[in-house]
Write a protein that binds this ligand. Structure first.
Ligand code: ATP
Ligand code: ZN
Length: 732
């Protein structure tokens, strides 16, 4: 027997945080039936003392080390069927190179969790069951002594059913199914692909129609379309019209939405308009549900996938369109581990697959606006609300001159009262959950601080807890001041719970619905509350960011924004961009139907030029002003950045490492700045700092980063810290 030739080495991505692929010999004597190993298949390999599941990335590459020392793949999984197709594999490879992240972690993140384990298998294709001629005859005959069998035949008489539907016919359905199948009364076949039956939909406005026409023209080729339409302008209707065409042409559609944009209402809308069941993918699903949805997309049974960030990596053999709704949303950027931007990777996927991508938003990111201005993206503007509703009117409340009860201005309370009297619904927005952001002692000035973070502990009065919203630590709230023992503790500032309580007291009998991460923690609660709002009875909604995103609440005519002043003076250069987006998105919930809406903005800085511009002239002017500023300051999107982030228990370790890292930064057109402290320097007892690398061009930035990385890995100072590269960072 000849020794293994280097030609047959397999390169695998394994789930370990190392920056390379791993060489293995192919499995021993593959069975005759087994097809040759191809890229994209899963394999089990020995790794140290463990067995790992990896994905074969390359076959037949020359081995990096002497092949005699190589270990052998234990076995190939899934009968050698690739779980990741070639084009997706190419995209993932681009990702690990671009984001400088471990290939194995990138690749395995693209697999449903169930397939990351050796015992997880590709699911069997689902079957559906049909009644046969003999079955019909049986049903037509006199009822026998097997009522369960008869009931099943009866259920099938109206058309084929899947396993889920049969399961609803009785607990012993499997046994019954077996019996009727043996009799030849029922047969099975693979579940066919879902087909779209679009119906309904609006007659498009002129603006919608021209956007739809332009995007349809580009089907079958790559182009990025920025759909820049004010809140309520009917962007979703544009997506639907283009998707209709894609589905009709036999393509698959992929729709990505922000973390909390994936609501039952949204799904219902897609389901009803397109007349098909979308495969839904998000992190809240069970492993089994996720696997099933992913597999339906991979095999082409599912024609439409709707999901959050990571759904971007679903294999879809006939993908014809990607839609990214609320493209400015920060949840599209993963903030730990594999720090990718789903927006940017979506554009790359579309380019690779030669298909159009739609980025939609009422408040586009400066990155996308910049790309539209430079002609790289096609820019479609929808300036009017679709259903003749007008954009809401703004009222700025100078809080220095307003009586203020528990955070609410007297004028806001009056406006809420008026709204309720007229049968409308009011929404109060503030970005702080809990009862009060700080618990403070009136006598000695003590205040609740997290021992492990540079942050105060939020007072959750109902549960009598002090909670850190950064590291999650919790403790019982003291009754007396822990320092001076005075009975003088009070909550400083307001959180959603306090506003909820204040409104409940002021408007007895009116439902006050709170939407924040605490109140909607229970599964399904969010949806229930939304349903309640949709019933249209007068009510008050109080909530955080969660309320800002894409909801269509027809009854809401008043929006009160409680406190956004912090952002006006933030050290983060993106703070004003985010503020403008949040304000307009929240405001956009008001007056989406016949009755016009009002937005009341409570602020201590009514004269601030940013607010004046945003409210006076709108987002386009505001974003233009911000973009000019970025250009003048040489900041993204007019420059390119990457961060080297590092953290450790000892601040000196972080500093020493970053200084050493800066010292070995290679020469070139990009410069390195720092070490600088993270915006919140200490979280969970760890100090966090970074170096910022910035330059005028992307290729230059990547060339220098790629030259720097091996040097960083060689630094002995790096052993005492956790470090990572963040390309195109969104926060510091
Ligand atoms: N051409 C049209 N004619 C009449 N009504 C329309 C039309 N297009 C959309 N609508 C209606 O207008 C409302 C807002 O539309 P939609 O939710 O699609 O807006 P949007 O731009 O996605 O909003 P947002 O950015 O605020 O989420 C919906 O009730 C929708 O049914
Ligand atoms: Zn903390």
């Amino acid at each position: 027997m000849s020794g293994p030739s280097p030609k047959t080495v397999l390169k695998l991505a394994l789930p370990v945080p190392l920056p390379h692929l791993f060489d293995y010999l192919p499995p021993k004597t593959p069975a005759a039936s087994e097809s040759p190993v191809v890229p994209g298949v899963r394999a089990v390999v020995p790794f140290g003392r463990r067995k790992l599941v990896g994905v074969v990335v390359e076959c037949g590459a020359p081995a990096a080390v002497d092949s005699k020392r190589l270990l052998r793949v234990s076995r190939i999984l899934d009968d050698g069927v690739p779980v990741i197709d070639t084009s997706l594999l190419g995209l993932l490879r681009w990702c690990w190179q671009y984001y400088k992240h471990a290939p194995g972690e990138v690749l395995l993140a693209a697999l449903p969790p169930a397939l990351r384990k050796p015992d997880g298998l590709l699911p069997e294709p689902p079957l559906r069951f049909l009644i046969t001629e003999a079955g019909r005859e049986q049903l037509a005959g006199p009822p026998g002594r097997a009522p369960a069998q008869r009931a099943m035949l009866k259920a099938l008489a109206d058309g084929p059913l899947g396993e889920d539907e049969l399961a609803a016919t009785g607990s012993r359905w499997r046994a019954v199914l077996k019996r009727v199948s043996e009799q030849g009364w029922v047969e099975s076949e693979p579940e066919p692909a879902s087909t779209a039956r679009p119906s309904g939909g609006h007659e498009l406005t002129g603006e919608q129609a021209s956007a739809v026409a332009a995007i349809r023209e580009d089907l079958g080729q790559f182009r990025c379309h920025l759909l820049d339409g004010v809140t309520g302008s009917g962007k979703t209707e544009v997506y639907l019209k283009v998707l209709e065409q894609v589905l009709r042409d036999g393509g698959q559609g992929l729709v990505l939405v922000p973390e909390i944009g994936l609501t039952p209402q949204l799904l219902r809308r897609f389901r009803q308009r397109l007349g098909l069941e979308p495969a839904v993918l998000h992190s809240g699903l069970s492993a089994g549900e996720r696997l099933a949805a992913w597999d339906a997309a991979r095999t082409g049974r599912a024609r439409l996938v709707i999901g959050t960030r990571s759904a971007l990596f679903t294999p879809m053999p006939e993908l014809g369109l990607i839609v990214l709704d609320e493209e400015h949303d920060t949840s599209f950027k993963q903030q730990d581990g594999f720090r990718y931007s789903a927006r940017d990777v979506a554009v790359k996927r579309a380019a690779d697959g030669e298909l159009p991508v739609i980025l939609g938003s009422a408040t586009p990111s400066l990155e996308s606006l910049n790309n539209a201005q430079s002609g790289r993206y096609r820019h479609h503007r929808l300036r009017h609300r679709a259903n003749r509703a007008v954009l809401p009117a703004w009222r700025v409340l100078d809080m220095r001159q307003q009586a203020n009860v528990q955070g609410l201005a007297a004028a806001s309370v009056e406006a809420i009262e008026e709204t309720l009297e007229q049968g409308g619904q009011a929404m109060v927005f503030l970005n702080r959950r809990g009862y009060a952001p700080v618990l403070m002692c009136q006598s000695c000035g003590w205040h609740s601080e997290c021992a492990r973070c540079d942050a105060s502990l939020t007072w959750h009065r109902s549960t009598r807890q002090l909670c850190c919203h950064h590291c999650g630590s919790q403790r019982r709230a003291p009754e007396l001041c822990p320092d001076c023992r005075a009975d003088a503790l009070f909550g400083l500032g307001e959180g959603t719970q306090q506003i909820e309580e204040a409104l409940g007291r002021r408007f007895p009998g009116v439902p006050v619905l709170r939407f924040d991460r605490d109140s909607t923690a229970r599964k399904g609660r969010f949806g229930e509350q939304v349903e309640k709002v949709m019933e249209g009875e007068p009510c008050i909604l109080v909530g955080t960011q969660m309320l800002a995103k894409g909801h269509h609440f027809p009854g809401v005519t008043l929006v009160v924004v409680v406190n956004v002043d912090q952002a006006l003076y933030s050290a983060d250069f993106r703070a004003l961009e985010r503020l403008g987006q949040t304000l307009l998105q929240v405001a956009g919930r008001a007056g989406r139907m016949e009755r016009p809406g009002t937005v009341m903005l409570q602020t201590f800085h009514p004269e601030h030029e940013a607010l004046a511009l945003l409210i006076g002239e709108g987002y386009e002017a505001y974003a233009g002003w911000l973009l000019e500023d970025r250009r003048a300051a040489g900041l993204p999107p007019c420059a390119f950045q990457a961060l080297l982030r590092a953290e450790a228990h000892l601040k000196s370790d972080v500093e020493t490492f970053l200084q050493a890292a800066a010292a070995v930064f290679p020469d070139g057109g990009c410069r390195v700045y720092g070490p600088l402290p993270a915006l919140m320097e200490r979280v969970g007892g760890r100090y966090r700092m970074y170096l910022m690398v910035q330059g005028p061009g992307r290729p230059e930035l990547h060339r220098q980063l790629d030259a720097w990385l091996p040097l960083l890995r060689g630094l002995r100072e790096g052993r005492r810290v956790r470090w990572a590269i963040d390309v195109d960072p969104q926060e510091v």
